[in-house]
Design a protein around this ligand. Structure first.
Ligand code: C2E
Ligand code: MG
Ligand code: MG
Length: 384
């Protein structure tokens, strides 16, 4: 039986020979990388925006484009990957390119001389995997201590009177090499590595601290914090959170928890107990991304939620598809029947807001009202 190597992050390949891309892809995949290969520089740039790579293999000589321009572009967009130059060019040319990349602040990891056989390439890629990767669970752990994580806050508006009653705390990683990294990149990585609990603790501590600051400034805002339950539920969490609130002088009503679920619930009885303890202590619980993934009706029936958040995909489709509209209306009705508050996320236009209001949704959140922003901008936004 062959077992695949553990996930090692993203490997991106840019080469005008699609066969070489495929070859690197094949070897990279066997080494445990998620591989993206392309012959088009603009496709690589687009891809890297969404998926920061840990390793990039770059052909220096491509028709119509200068590999050095590609390096310059990497530098401008703060690419933090280990970059391997692949080329059949003269060594001196390649050495110069390495030096130039380094002068731009890039992680120039070395040279792949073409032609290269699979074993030699595997060695090179394996070595990269053991080098310090800009995006790895270890690096993420260190980011907590280095205070590189931040919470941005997105206003949540009560549809009855248009008042901002709360904010959702959304985590970002201010990475020294990669710039602002979004949670869709590092939360799944943390879940896979079993360290998402560390992020949860950090986010709760930070949100409670912020709630204290806003309370003392006379701002009445409930802060919603996302909690991943992909890993085993942490039984001490309700007590710890209660203690944090007491310490900061805020009531549990100032914090709510949004539960996202990217893995099947393995132990529903334990989760039920955990959730009930949160509710008994006075924290609100919302089921996030309702209608997708594993957030099923069974959970609504069994678990003590106080609100549900309609997933953005339904909200995005409700004005363009009858099915989308029917789902949103049905979910609002379901929430009402179960005595839950209903929050729509991903509201991007006035028309969407009107539709949700007409159909009895309680709260809205989305770019139409405001983007997530640093804590310091919230009072300014509320005053405007
Ligand atoms: P979510 O909890 O469903 O958060 C809503 C996401 O939708 C946020 O993305 C937000 O920026 C985005 N959004 C808000 N309004 C709009 C809109 O009008 N249009 C569109 N297209 N998008 C909108 P973000 O910040 O990238 O977060 C993605 C997901 O990462 C979150 O989805 C949540 O599941 C997770 N996440 C974020 N922060 C944390 C955290 O502190 N802990 C955990 N465990 N997960 C987190
Ligand atoms: Mg959420
Ligand atoms: Mg959501």
């Amino acid at each position: 039986m062959t077992t695949k190597a553990p996930p090692r992050g993203h490997l991106a390949v840019l080469d005008d020979e699609s066969l070489f891309c495929e070859f690197v892809g094949y070897v990279g995949d066997a080494c445990g990388y998620d591989v993206f290969g392309t012959t088009q520089p603009h496709q690589l740039f687009d891809h890297l925006e969404q998926h920061p790579a840990s390793v990039i293999v770059l052909d220096l000589r491509m028709p119509g484009i200068d590999g050095l321009d590609v390096l310059r572009q990497f530098a401008r967009s703060g690419v933090g990957a280990n970059i391997l130059i692949a080329s059949g060019a003269e060594s001196r040319v390649m050495e110069t390119a390495l030096r130039l990349g380094r002068a731009h602040g890039l992680n120039m990891a070395g040279i792949i001389r073409k032609p290269i056989d699979a074993d030699a390439l595997r060695d090179v890629l394996e070595r990269q995997a053991h080098a310090d990767l800009p995006l790895s669970p270890e690096r993420l752990r260190a980011a907590i201590d280095a205070e590189e994580l931040v919470l941005h806050y997105q206003p949540i508006v009560d549809l009855r009177d248009g008042v901002v009653t709360g904010v959702e705390a959304l985590m970002r990683w201010q990475h020294p090499q990669l710039g602002l990294v979004m949670p869709s990149v590092f939360i799944p990585m943390a879940e896979r590595a079993g360290i998402v609990g560390l992020l949860t603790d950090w986010a709760l501590g930070e949100a409670v601290r912020q709630a204290g600051i806003w309370q003392r400034a006379g701002l009445k805002l409930k802060i919603a914090v996302n909690i991943s339950i992909a890993n085993a539920p942490d039984e001490g969490l309700p007590e710890r959170l209660q203690w944090m609130c007491e310490n900061e002088g805020i009531t549990p009503a100032a914090i709510s928890l949004e539960l996202t679920e990217s893995a099947t619930m393995r132990d529903p009885a334990r989760l039920m107990e955990l959730f009930t303890r949160f509710r008994l202590k006075g924290f609100d619980l919302s089921i996030d991304d309702f209608g997708t993934g594993y957030s099923s009706l069974v959970h609504l029936q069994r678990l003590p939620f106080s609100a549900l958040k309609i997933d953005q995909t339904f909200v995005a489709s409700m004005l363009v598809s009858e099915a989308g509209a029917a789902i949103v209306i049905a979910v609002i009705g379901l929430a009402r029947a179960l005595g839950l508050k209903c929050i729509a996320e991903g509201v991007e236009s006035q028309a969407m807001l009107e539709f949700l209001k007409d159909n009895g949704c309680d709260f809205v959140q989305g770019f139409h009202m405001a983007q997530p922003m640093p804590a310091a901008d919230i009072p300014v936004f509320l005053a405007a």
